[in-house]
Design a protein around this ligand. Structure first.
Ligand code: ADP
Ligand code: MG
Length: 256
């Protein structure tokens, strides 16, 4: 049974897309069949996985929402076991175009229903806002990974986001759970980073992944080159952390 997991936070630049790319790629390398959906009109995940068409428009999530393409027509496969529903800036239009339709917030959930069990995991990379696209992702998902960068006001922002999650759970998707809070871009040499991580751990304890992601330029460089870090810089410590996160998720869902 495929598990649908949103990677979300209202904050930008906290590592959502980097996590979606590298967690997906590491799970794919470990033999899991993965679908990752770019649900951000900025399309960083699409670029970060090197999905480009020469001169032609990439068909993706917008076309699926608008009923203008089938899954087979939009799917890309950058590496073995990893499938992608890409996106481009037109995804902004989805919000306006399906504004009037009934049960519009369930659109992605209905789209995923027919093929969800073909995959082990489906990840949805969300935009940095409380937008319609985020709502659709959270309504379609069984759980959420919240990446948190240990910087000023991180704890406050996290509390606000979790409140929103419980509201969505109450009104739209009672199955929604918190998969975990992921500390990202962590620098153990920076006092502020350590203090904030400790505050978050005190409040959210068991909800924090054991694995944390260190700040590592190799992860940025891999995305800029359109190659998952597991292939671009397999020995980098950031890559190893994402591989450990993949293992933590596998162990959680298939206890021995
Ligand atoms: P979001 O999707 O939440 O906006 P991104 O994943 O795009 O965040 O990350 C924001 C920026 O930080 C990008 O330039 C990305 O390459 C960089 N970045 C993300 N994670 C790390 C990390 N662990 N170490 C160094 N740079 C990172
Ligand atoms: Mg992003």
């Amino acid at each position: 049974m495929g598990k649908i997991i949103a990677i979300a936070s209202q904050k930008g630049g906290v590592g959502k897309t980097t996590t979606a790319i590298n967690l997906s790629a590491c799970l794919a390398v470990k033999g899991r069949k993965i679908l990752v959906i770019d649900s951000d009109p900025q399309a960083s995940l699409t670029f970060g996985l090197g999905i480009r068409k020469n001169g032609e428009k990439i068909k993706g999530l917008y076309e699926l929402y608008a009923g203008k393409a089938t899954l087979q027509e939009v799917l890309s496969q950058p590496i073995e076991n990893l499938y992608v529903i890409p996106s481009r800036i037109d995804l902004f239009m989805a919000e306006l175009e399906i504004f009037e339709t009934e049960q519009r917030e369930k659109r992605l959930k209905f789209l995923l229903e027919s093929f969800k069990d073909e995959f082990d995991y489906i990840f949805i990379d969300c935009p940095p806002s409380f937008s319609f696209l985020t709502l659709c992702a959270l309504v379609a998902s069984e759980s959420v990974i919240i990446p948190v960068q240990c910087e000023q006001f991180a704890l406050e922002a996290l509390r606000i986001f979790i409140k929103l999650l419980w509201r969505i759970k109450g009104s739209f998707n009672e199955a929604l759970e918190l998969e975990g809070i992921l500390l990202t871009m962590f620098s153990k040499h920076i006092n502020l980073s350590r203090t904030i991580a400790e505050d978050i751990k005190r409040v959210f304890r068991s909800k924090i992944f054991e694995t944390y992601i260190p700040r590592n330029i190799a992860l940025s460089e891999a995305s800029m080159n359109g190659i998952p870090a597991i292939f671009y810089a397999p020995d980098a410590y950031g890559t190893i952390a994402y591989s450990e996160l993949a293992q933590e998720i596998i162990s959680r869902h298939s206890p021995s």
